[in-house]
Design a binder for this molecule. Structure first.
Ligand SMILES: Nc1ncnc2c1ncn2[C@@H]1O[C@H](COP(=O)(O)OP(=O)(O)OP(=O)(O)O)[C@@H](O)[C@H]1O
Ligand SMILES: [Mg+2]
Length: 252
């Protein structure tokens, strides 16, 4: 039986200001599936991922990672299993150079320097940024930082990955590379994004959030083709399903 799964049971969560963000979230991943978390700005997608990786512990209900409840004392073990990509890369990268950031996870989990180096070089190569290895983080573009952040996740070789807006800031070539990498990785994947084309290409299942609740949980192919449903919750059909409607070209 595959033990790599995530489960949320009746999760309720408010930030300290009393703003009730998640009202009753229940779902369980099934095997090594990829699940897209979608919904308008502010519905709680990032908050849900933050809860699962133990960055917000003040919730009620149960969050389980591989049957382990997310709580303070289980955090080291939980974080050794989960690769978590922050929505904002500036929260992810905190050392001086790309190499050190990508090496941080492997070094922290007890690999020798030689083993850590192997992991770092493999991750940088996979994501195509070996040339950025010694670059100082503060001198990098938004897209470069996103690619470096993704490399930090790959270097950990986790069982589960939680990605918050992974395609944001990526140019079309790097976005395509990301999609191909995600489709190759046999991990449990939870991907929060507004890039519904990317979700359609990478996820089997989609969870649509609104007003702190799960509005729909089902096959990505069905939910992402439901124009009325998506529009009712502030979203639009993926571009690839919209058909080109033509745009008037102005001749100067
Ligand atoms: N640290 C915080 N303190 C108080 N409220 C917060 C905090 N972080 C987020 N919120 C609020 O919680 C709600 C959910 O935020 P969250 O970032 O989870 O949304 P999201 O679905 O990821 O949105 P987006 O699509 O813009 O990334 C929003 O109303 C937001 O203003
Ligand atoms: Mg977010």
């Amino acid at each position: 039986m595959n033990q790599h799964f995530i489960e949320c049971r009746n999760i309720l969560f408010s930030y300290e200001n009393g703003n009730e963000v998640l009202k009753d979230i229940t779902f369980k991943t099934d095997g090594k599936e990829a699940v897209g978390i979608i919904g308008a700005n502010g519905v709680g997608k990032s908050t849900l991922l933050r809860i699962l990786v133990g960055l917000e512990l003040n919730f009620t209900g149960e969050a389980l990672v591989e049957q382990m409840p997310v709580m303070k004392k289980s955090l080291p073990e939980i974080r050794s299993k989960i690769g978590y990509l922050f929505q904002d890369s500036d929260n992810q990268l905190f050392t001086q150079t790309v190499y050190n950031d990508v090496a941080f996870g492997p070094r922290n989990y007890g690999l020798t320097e030689q083993e850590a180096d192997k992991r770092v070089m493999k991750a940088l190569d996979t994501i195509g940024i070996t040339h950025l290895k010694d670059k100082q983080i503060y001198k990098m573009s938004g897209g470069e930082k996103k690619m470096a952040s993704i490399a930090t996740i790959l270097a950990m070789e986790p069982d589960i990955i939680l990605l918050d807006e992974p395609s944001i800031a990526l140019d079309p070539k790097n976005r395509r590379l990301l999609i191909n990498i995600l489709n190759r990785l046999e991990y449990v994947k939870l991907i929060a994004s507004h890039d519904l084309d990317m979700i359609l290409e990478t996820c089997d299942r989609v969870i649509l959030l609104a007003e702190g609740r799960i509005i729909r949980d089902g096959a990505a192919e069905l939910i992402l083709r439901d124009k009325d449903l998506l529009e009712a919750y502030g979203l639009e059909l993926p571009l690839c399903l919209r058909g080109y409607q033509g745009k008037k070209i102005r001749v100067y």
